[in-house]
Design a protein. Structure first.
Length: 248
């Protein structure tokens, strides 16, 4: 590298050391023990929630997977376990509110749940949905349409992680223009998943297509990543958008 190219090489943007995290509601995590690929013990859930409380979060909306025959969860097992966590929080003097919704995979069984109106929602009747990472589900548009017709408000979890969308960005624009909200993962902002996913997240921020952010924390192993991510320039930049988190 020549001296001239080194002089003009762009330097990474630094975060403001005086930045105070304005987000008090954390959306998207897997903190109900032993029902999906998140925490497996109550102690793990409490450890995560205690750290989140120390970081300034006042409320956590946890969202266990509901996915076909693989994670056969629903209100019948999620809500009782939610009450167990609330009891444990009080017993351990951890001052944070916890609610539960779900992260629904777009599959055939989701259509049945929509028809039965058996969905766990959060905020203003929002429903968090996810997709396979490598291909668009054949019934994606049908599911989103049915959700809207039934009065639900679809929120697409971590759109930056869907490879088929990142390669055809007009798909983002189509969904966003149709009223689908996007929830970016905080971890994506520092390249936790991959540099390409970080670039896609940055593009979505530039396009102002982000309505919510969430950590997608699966357990104590993610706490260090979360603490690092909220100190990043990209996190400060995304917080400048009119995010809905604190209204949930």
């Amino acid at each position: 590298m020549s001296i001239f190219s080194s002089l003009f090489k762009s330097k990474p943007k630094l975060a403001d050391a005086n930045f105070v995290n304005p987000i008090t509601t954390e959306l998207h995590s897997h903190l109900i023990p032993s029902i999906d690929d998140g925490v497996q013990k109550m102690e793990e859930s409490l450890e995560v929630l205690k750290v989140m409380a120390s970081m300034g979060y006042k409320k956590v909306i946890t969202t266990p997977h509901i996915m076909g025959d693989f994670y056969k969860n629903g209100p019948e097992n999620i809500l009782p376990k939610l009450e167990e966590i609330r009891t444990a929080l009080k017993e351990n003097n951890i001052n944070i509110e916890i609610q539960a919704a779900a992260e629904y995979m777009v599959d055939d069984m989701l259509e049945e749940k929509i028809a039965a109106k058996n969905l766990l929602t959060f905020g203003n009747n929002y429903v968090l949905v996810e997709l396979p990472f490598n291909e668009e589900p054949r019934n994606l548009k049908t599911v989103l349409f049915k959700l809207c017709v039934e009065g639900y408000r679809p929120v697409l979890a971590h759109p930056e992680r869907y490879q088929f969308m990142a390669q055809q960005k007009e798909k983002y624009e189509e969904l966003f223009q149709s009223g689908i909200l996007f929830q970016i993962n905080i971890f994506s902002l520092i390249g936790y998943y991959s540099p390409q996913i970080q670039k896609t997240a940055e593009w979505l921020i530039e396009q102002k297509m982000v309505s919510m952010i969430g950590s997608d924390t699966h357990g104590p192993r993610h706490l260090g990543v979360l603490q690092a991510a909220i100190k990043s320039y990209n996190y400060q930049k995304i917080c400048a958008l009119p995010l809905l988190n604190n209204q949930l």
